[in-house]
Ligand binder design. Structure first.
Ligand code: KG4
Ligand code: ZN
Length: 334
């Protein structure tokens, strides 16, 4: 069987990324131009600035990714691009670049869901074993997704308010840490003590849903009340206690869902999967079961285009084709 080479493009948020993946499993080239430095002073991603950067970076990253791959255009089978969800202005740059390329090079075009991409980042490490459970934890998503086969997704739990990464970023902001705050909280937590009893939102007994807004409010109130009493809490302890609450809920619900659905594999995806605390507690809990756990390396946890090319490969093999009317879909469902 002939090898399949898919070129992926990702611009849903603040990374301009292009990658080429072979057979959905092997990275040939994978380039990411991050805009973090430009957004930092605003404490979050500024959509207009993100779009401008994507416009400036797209052709450069694209040319570099092709060059690094040492492939000819004839060898590329299709162009995969994130069509949603994400920032509409940011998505549009990637979608239009992909459409222009597909037209100019006469290649099939395949629209990809950003979260399918995060999930398929795992397949660049190891083949999937179905049924599998995916825990998706990013700046915009906190979901438990059951997959019985390639390309089929059943959302069995999701956040009812803030995403896990969003909670990290908001708490980091309260602690006056730079954007994005997740990695800073992660680092501080290592040096802190879990001496503040923050709430855990378990919700209804059988629910796999999440809620992080109560935890966020509890952190605000705790900091505020301490100030009123003239006390100063250590940031390290706040970080450790906050992180303990997030990890406790995420890992407990993931383990329960994995057992309830008798899955053969658990995979983790999204930027928060880079969290050292989460990685170690998950590893610990799943080591006590016979369910294999797969967490991608850090560079594949955060936004990249190899994951889009990997998810795009499956869609392409299943015959999915997008037309030149492909549009950005900022609130696309999985
Ligand atoms: O998947 P991602 O790169 O972008 C989205 O699709 O949202 O995830 C970004 C999120 C941010 O909220 C960031 O703070 C969080 O992932 N993050 C972390 C860590 N590294 C990134 N959160 C906790 N611990 C980390 N080490
Ligand atoms: Zn993402």
């Amino acid at each position: 069987k002939k090898d399949t080479y898919i070129l992926g493009i990702e611009t849903s948020c603040d990374e301009t990324a292009v990658a080429i993946v072979k057979n959905g499993t092997e990275i040939i080239s994978n380039l990411v131009a991050s805009q973090i430095e430009s957004h930092k002073r605003f404490g979050g991603v500024v959509p207009e600035i993100a779009s401008r950067h994507h416009v400036e970076q797209m052709t450069i990253v694209l040319e570099d990714a092709i060059q690094e791959s040492k492939l000819n255009w004839e060898e590329i089978d299709a162009i995969a691009v994130t069509e949603g969800p994400g920032l509409v202005g940011a998505l549009l740059i990637g979608v239009n670049a992909a459409k222009a390329l597909a037209f100019a090079k006469q290649k099939p075009l395949v629209g990809v869901h950003h979260i399918a991409g995060h999930i398929y980042a795992n397949r660049l490490e190891q083949e999937f074993q179905f049924p599998l459970l995916a825990l998706i934890v990013s700046g915009g998503h906190t979901e438990l997704v059951l997959m019985k086969d390639h390309g089929t997704y059943e959302v069995i739990g999701e956040t009812r308010d803030d995403a896990a990464g969003e909670a990290y970023d908001k708490v980091a902001r309260m602690l006056e840490l730079p954007y994005p705050g997740g990695p800073h909280i992660d680092r501080l937590a290592l040096e802190g003590e879990e001496n503040i009893d923050f709430p855990r939102a378990w919700l209804e007994e059988d629910s796999y849903d999440f809620s992080f807004s109560g935890l966020k409010s509890a952190v605000i109130n705790t900091i505020h009340n301490a100030k009123q009493r003239g006390e100063r809490l250590r940031n390290e302890d706040i970080a450790a206690s906050f992180q303990a609450s997030v990890i406790d809920v995420l890992t407990t619900k993931t383990l329960k869902a994995a057992k309830d659905h008798n899955v053969n594999q658990v995979i983790v995806a999204g930027g928060v999967a880079a969290n050292q605390g989460l990685r170690s507690v998950l590893a610990q809990k799943f080591a006590e079961t016979n369910i294999p756990l797969l967490i991608p390396p850090l560079r594949l946890c955060t936004d990249n285009a190899a994951m889009i090319a990997a998810a795009g490969t499956i869609a392409y093999e299943h015959g999915k084709r997008s037309g030149y009317d492909l549009n950005a879909n900022p609130s696309m469902l999985l």
